[in-house]
Design a protein around this ligand. Structure first.
Ligand SMILES: NC(=O)c1ccc[n+]([C@@H]2O[C@H](COP(=O)([O-])OP(=O)(O)OC[C@H]3O[C@@H](n4cnc5c(N)ncnc54)[C@H](OP(=O)(O)O)[C@@H]3O)[C@@H](O)[C@H]2O)c1
Length: 288
């Protein structure tokens, strides 16, 4: 199978490349090789290379910055996926597009289903929701995977931030009233590959970690794992739980971001075992 990957230098993009089957053909592109916001370029690239499938791992993911960069976030998260959907349909390629738990407002108290009402509370979530709709409106066979709290050995993520801060700070205060499911990017990549191998019906699918936690609980687990691996430079770090209200950010975040995964489980997929993944990821994170 010939697969076009966009956003190849992001967390998910890197992980997808790492596990890509050696007997398939990968066209891995970054934003310089293929800017997904450029409809003509997307059409021409797909017309020329005729991939069997397209995996869109490209996105504008700077949640706070997006509040000040609406146009750019909209172009990458809404127009880009639309361009891919139009070309994928035209040239008969499967399309897997990745979206986010931030399409919900977080006011629920039990896991979100794929067809629950969306109500994004920040620009990032709003533009990602428009992206979901424009993908499915233009190509109903496309697959949209919503995931949450992504981490990996690549790029910037919460695990890296915690390990970095622990090197210089004696004490950290971490939000304890936002709940979500951490997800290892390799597990998302594996799920995408399984979906490409099988004839999955188009539509939205939730995929995330197996246990929900608060950011404070996630940080505690990160430090416990680093300690277990003898990789904590500051073993006496103090971490204190705080409320969201004590840590104002430009973009509001949903308080409850837990996704219901029954739909993908019915297809035989397993949730991301993020506890196990931390053991693998922490030694591989480069703290520059
Ligand atoms: N990170 C999370 O916690 C999280 C949570 C929920 C959902 N998600 C979703 O999961 C997916 C993967 O996220 P990630 O963490 O891997 O993101 P990431 O590390 O920020 O990578 C995104 C990539 O998109 C590329 N990109 C940006 N604008 C582009 C454009 N116009 N054309 C082509 N590529 C462009 C960037 O490449 P350049 O550097 O070359 O510009 C970047 O490498 C995204 O859809 C994201 O919304 C992420």
């Amino acid at each position: 199978m010939k697969v076009l990957l966009t956003g190849a230098n992001g967390q998910l993009g890197h992980c997808f490349k790492d596990i890509f089957p050696s007997d398939w053909q990968l066209l891995a592109t970054d934003s310089l090789q293929l800017d997904i916001t450029d409809g003509l370029a997307v059409n021409n690239f797909i017309a020329l290379h005729r991939p069997d499938a397209i995996v869109n791992a490209a996105a504008y993911t700077a949640v706070d910055k997006a509040q000040d960069e609406y146009e750019l976030a909209y172009k990458v998260n809404a127009i880009g996926p639309k361009n891919l959907a139009i070309a994928a349909k035209k040239y008969h390629a499967k399309l897997v597009h990745v979206s986010t738990d931030y399409v919900f407002d977080g006011t629920k108290s039990f896991p979100y289903l794929e067809n629950d009402l969306t109500n994004p509370i920040n620009v990032y979530g709003e533009t990602k929701r428009v992206g979901e709709l424009s993908v499915l409106d233009n190509y109903s066979s496309a697959i949209v995977i919503r995931t949450s709290w992504v981490f990996s050995e690549y790029g910037n993520n919460f695990v890296k931030t915690m390990l970095k801060l622990s090197q210089t700070r004696p004490e950290l205060t971490i939000i304890d009233d936002q709940l979500g499911c951490p997800t290892y990017a390799v597990d998302i990549a594996k799920t995408i590959l399984k979906m490409l191998m099988n004839n999955i019906q188009g539509g939205i699918y939730h995929y995330c970690g197996d246990k929900y936690v608060s950011w404070f609980q996630f940080a505690s687990k990160i430090f416990a794992t680093a300690n277990e691996l003898n990789l904590m430079t500051n073993q006496n770090i103090m971490i204190k739980p705080i409320l969201t209200s004590a840590y104002p950010t430009k973009a509001k975040r949903p308080l409850y971001s837990v996704l219901n995964m029954e739909k993908v489980k019915q297809l035989g997929m397993k949730a991301s075992d993020w506890n196990k993944a931390l053991m693998y990821v922490i030694p591989r994170i480069h703290l520059e």
